[in-house]
Design a protein around this ligand. Structure first.
Ligand SMILES: *Cc1c(COP(=O)(O)O)cnc(C)c1O
Length: 397
């Protein structure tokens, strides 16, 4: 069957929940993807900020294969060594104490919400704790995670959880004004991803942290997209000299194996007791071995150092585009999580760039998002600009 036939066949059986590009990807190597017709694409999407180490990393693949032959799954009624090791790494990275491993980012957010509600329940004997979330946030698609997602059109048809109020991101007064006696948590991304590549302002996060301390509110930071080195530090919040009470992780944590985690300070983690939460697959030996190897390879390949160096170059080259083309309104972001906001919808630009061999995603209607593998070099930035610039130039005419 050719690509067109595979697409038809898929469209007969898949639910139509995504606007897919008519491309059938078949394999990946480094920072490149290849479709079924062997067309090559430079990948500045990384499977939505997932493949930090690039594709077909032999050491990573070998670690997965070895674990498949050893032990895939055990259930959480037993201990397994990769999970113990992986969680040790996660606590060191986050500066927090206890980890619950999940299969996705959404589930990590779900767990964090349950944790906050349980802490409140233990304190007041009631389950009516309120959560403050941010406008334009994205936290996932399950009923709980969707309830704290700041895009009304995603939530409205589904009758999401009560007790959630939304405040404006980077607007401390608005957040503070939404606090009530029932507020049990404030949840936000340290750098908003889907909502448009907005980093939290330094003062804002400092003040929200102080507010949470004063009022006994849990600060939950969602670092599913901006964490794992993407902004130049393992956790984006390191740059704010604060620590959350709970952090959620996923995406690059597994670099392609579906994993996630929520991580909490001891005093809050203790609120969840046997029977409160669980997952059949969560933290199984295979998934945990993937996480462990990701941490090892981050060190060995000096991924953080690369992000710090190359992202400065990426920013500079995007700034050049911004200055040159009037249709680009702003460049925003941090590290290897960058966005170009246009004065018009970017769908066509992204499509034309894809035809020319460059994969990017949008974030909202008017922003092109750049979340490449964290191992790209400056030459890949040049290659990206070389493909993208003529498309923008043509668009502007
Ligand atoms: C992707 C994402 C999620 C959801 O993660 P899934 O693995 O898709 O469930 C949650 N929060 C943020 C900030 C994300 O970028």
């Amino acid at each position: 069957m050719d690509s067109k036939q595979w697409i038809e066949s898929a469209d007969r059986v898949l639910m139509h929940t995504y606007g897919r590009y008519p491309i059938v990807l078949e394999r990946g190597d480094g920072v490149y993807l290849y479709d079924r017709d062997q067309k090559k694409y430079l990948d500045f999407g990384a499977g939505i900020a997932v493949f930090a180490l690039g594709y077909n990393n032999q050491e990573y693949n070998n670690a997965l294969k070895a674990q498949v032959d050893k032990l895939l799954h055990t259930s959480n009624y037993f201990y397994n060594i990769p999970a113990a090791e992986a969680c040790e790494k996660i606590t060191k990275m986050t500066g927090l104490d206890r980890v619950f491993l999940t299969n996705s980012g959404t589930e990590a957010v779900e767990g964090a919400i349950k944790l906050a509600r349980k802490v409140y329940y233990n304190k007041y004997g009631k389950a009516d704790g309120e959560i403050i979330a941010m406008n334009h946030s994205f936290h996932g698609r399950s009923m709980g995670a969707l309830s704290v997602t700041g895009t009304p059109k995603y939530r409205e048809p589904f009758g999401t959880l009560g007790g959630i109020v939304f405040a404006d991101y980077n607007n401390y007064e608005d957040v503070a004004a939404k606090v009530t006696k029932k507020t049990c948590a404030i949840i936000m991304e340290t750098v908003q991803g889907e909502g448009g590549l907005y980093p939290a302002e330094y003062e804002f996060l400092q003040k929200v942290r102080a507010l949470c301390d004063r009022e006994g509110i849990l600060l939950i930071l969602d670092e599913i997209q901006c964490g794992m080195g993407r902004t130049g530090t393992m956790m984006a919040y390191e740059q704010y000299k604060i620590k959350p009470d709970v952090v959620t992780l996923a995406k690059a944590l597994g670099c392609g194996v579906p994993v996630g985690a929520f991580v909490a300070k001891e005093e809050y983690a203790a609120a969840l007791v046997p029977g409160d939460h669980g997952s059949t697959y969560g933290g199984n030996p295979f998934a945990a071995a993937a996480i462990l190897k990701v941490f090892e390879l981050f060190e060995k390949q000096q991924v953080l150092e690369n992000v710090r160096e190359v992202s400065v170059y990426l920013e500079k080259q995007l700034d050049v585009l911004e200055e040159k083309y009037a249709c680009i309104k702003e460049r925003r972001g941090r590290g290897m999580m960058q966005g170009l906001e246009f004065d018009r919808p970017v769908k066509e630009i992204i499509k034309k760039a894809m035809d020319a061999g460059l994969i990017t995603f949008s974030a909202g209607e008017r922003i092109i998002r750049f979340v490449p593998p964290l191992v790209i070099g400056k030459e890949h930035v040049d290659e990206m600009i070389k493909i993208l610039e003529p498309v923008i130039a043509e668009e502007e005419q």
